[in-house]
Unconditional design. Structure first.
Lengths: 293, 315
């Protein structure tokens, strides 16, 4: 009998109350993550802001907290980023060009390269540290605990990020551009170099910056391939010993005295400032040069 | 369009555009590109060789059965014990705590962003979550050790229940670290559910709550499980939060208020003191690394199977 009555019953007040309650609950879930980010930033700023000064940026690490600074870790981080960028830009872009423009998807080895890159993106960062320790620092290459080994380890770690972003940027260039170029007699490589790459550069640059912003905060692999704990000099070449900002922060956190914890917080503020400005550049690039075809 | 394609493909002898002679430089470029693409393969092979080489040496000194069944881990003591279980237990405990935090919060946020939030709200919240995802883990470690443990956990439960180094704080903060990953992957899965399903449910008189939980959620289940597993695999491999906030003492106790060590934190801690090549301490890094690597692989394989089995394909 009831089946022939109201086939579509109106939402009961009880359902509405439940709906409202559920909406409130999931809004709390969303706000929890944002709130935690806010508390974290506030806590670090409150601890570290008082330590920030020009002297902090231009002094070397020291056993005396009031004299300690981050000049050598900061320079080490910049050297690492330069090596990392010098590795991931050519290798990442070349891999992306090969996979998008040359590779035949029907061949098993090309599919294997793709799956392999996805899997590499899921390997824990400390395992890359083990790779760097076994092959770059020791073993066959025997570079030692130097800038080159650290930068290459970070480069291998973030290479999948660059490849995936560059592939998307290259894929977004419409085929008609390539066809037009080839119709005018350009070879495949001329087409890629003069047409596809210039159009894809904003997307590639965004991917590279995001990869570097991940590499700059990585600490775990650097513990394995990194420098001695006390470095009071700036790196001068690729085979210099070094320390890096996250390593120095970790070193300060590990000390029991509160003064060093405050220095760690100030170091974190510098690290976060670098990170946020890199992200801002990436967002600006994306918005400024984004092309709609 | 048709004409331009046929011009490109025309036999070189008859083309008005001139002969397309093969240039050797094209082959050189292609060879260089292939060489770069092979670096990712070499990386995988390198990881396998790096891990297995020293791991085999390690199992020459320590029985493989003792390693996987032993319940005491003290490799650097005078009378060393090499049972990996305490490290696995610490890893499972911190990962479990992280998931208890991150799965409900992450899925709640995903449902809100995908089903409830207006486009403008979503456009504001997603970048903020991306910033949270980009915070270096050493920063989370600092936060757990200097704020969350003393000011929140010890304030709530007292200093006698929560030690300054403890697995609970590391696990909870790790949960916030993986929350954005879970929220973003799950939101993508829910947004991909076709609108026809939602409209059909609304047409039958369902409320938004019913549509979200009984229509969209089950339809996106494979993606949601993938999100949770991705979060788990990031938590398992996380080093710095545990190393800084959980104390690094291999411990089989079930009490999360005590210090614990995980596989990743043990590797970091041991590598910090410069261990000599070839020593048993050096080899343990690789043996534990292999165990961690296999565990991550297994979890990813389970995720892929689960997704394949339950994936719903629409149209």
């Amino acid at each position: 009998m009831s089946a022939h009555g109201a086939v579509i019953p109106p939402a009961s007040p009880r359902e509405r109350v439940k709906d409202r309650g559920f909406r409130g609950l999931i809004m709390v879930c969303t706000v929890a993550g944002i709130g935690m980010l806010g508390v974290l930033l506030y806590d670090v700023a409150a601890d570290g802001f008082g330590e920030l000064s020009w002297d902090f940026l231009t002094s070397f690490p020291s056993a005396f907290p009031d004299k300690a600074g981050i000049e050598s870790p900061l320079m080490g981080t910049l050297w690492l980023m330069a090596v990392c960028a010098g590795f991931i830009v050519p290798v990442g872009v070349a891999t992306a060009i090969y996979l998008e423009e040359y590779a035949d998807r029907d061949r098993w080895w090309n599919r294997f390269i793709e799956v392999n890159i996805q899997n590499l993106a899921a390997v824990p960062s400390i395992v890359y540290g083990i790779l760097g320790l076994a092959f770059l620092v020791r073993g066959p290459l025997e570079l030692g605990r130097v800038v080159l080994a650290g930068g290459l380890t970070l480069g291998l770690l973030v290479l999948p990020v660059v490849i995936i972003a560059s592939r998307e940027a290259i894929r977004a260039v419409p085929p008609s551009i390539r066809e037009g170029s080839m119709a005018l007699g350009a070879t495949q490589w001329q087409t890629i170099r003069k047409q596809v790459l210039p159009a894809a550069i904003p997307g590639i640059a965004t991917g590279v910056i995001l990869a570097l912003s991940r590499a700059i905060g990585e600490t775990a692999p650097l513990i394995l391939v990194g420098a001695a704990s006390f470095v009071a000099f700036n790196p001068e070449s690729l085979d210099s010993a070094y320390t890096a900002l996250p390593l120095q922060i970790f070193e300060w956190i590990s000390r029991p005295q509160d003064e060093f914890k405050l220095l760690a917080a100030a170091g974190i503020l510098v690290l976060l400032a670098l990170l946020l400005s890199m992200n801002a550049v990436a967002i600006w690039l994306r918005n400024r040069y984004e092309q709609k075809w | 369009m048709e004409a331009s394609q046929s011009a490109v493909r025309a036999p070189s002898g008859t083309s008005v555009l001139g002969g397309a002679r093969r240039r050797w430089s094209e082959d050189v470029v292609k060879a260089f590109l292939i060489a770069c693409a092979l670096i990712s393969i070499l990386t995988t092979i390198g990881i396998l060789i790096a891990l297995l080489d020293e791991t085999i040496a390690f199992f020459g000194d320590v029985g493989i059965v003792d390693f996987f069944t032993g319940t005491e881990w003290s490799p650097l003591f005078a009378d060393p014990q090499f049972g990996v279980w305490p490290l696995v237990w610490g890893t499972l405990m911190t990962t479990g705590i992280a998931l208890i935090v991150a799965v409900p919060l992450g899925l709640g946020a995903a449902i809100y962003l995908s089903e409830y939030a207006r486009p403008r709200v979503r456009k504001t919240i997603k970048p903020i979550l991306e910033v949270l995802a980009g915070i270096p883990t050493i920063v989370f470690g600092y936060f757990a050790l200097t704020f969350f443990t003393p000011d929140v956990l010890q304030g709530l439960f007292g200093q006698d229940r929560i030690q300054i180094f403890n697995a609970l704080s590391a696990g909870i903060i790790m949960g916030f670290m993986v929350l954005p990953t879970i929220a973003s992957v799950a939101e993508d899965a829910m947004s991909a559910v076709p609108h026809a399903l939602r409209e059909g449910a609304y047409g039958l008189g369902a409320s938004k709550l019913q549509v979200s939980l009984r229509v969209v959620f089950p339809a996106a289940l494979s993606g949601i499980v993938a999100a949770a597993v991705l979060g788990a695999s990031r938590a398992i491999g996380e080093t710095m939060i545990v190393l800084v906030a959980a104390g690094g003492i291999a411990n089989t106790s079930g009490n999360p208020g005590e210090p614990h060590a995980t596989m990743a934190s043990f590797i970091g801690q041991t590598a910090k003191g410069d261990v000599p090549t070839g020593s048993i301490g050096y080899e343990t890094i690789f043996a534990v690394g292999t165990t961690l690597f296999l565990m991550t692989l297994a979890i990813n394989a389970i995720a892929i199977r689960f997704v394949r089995k339950y994936r719903q394909v629409y149209e």
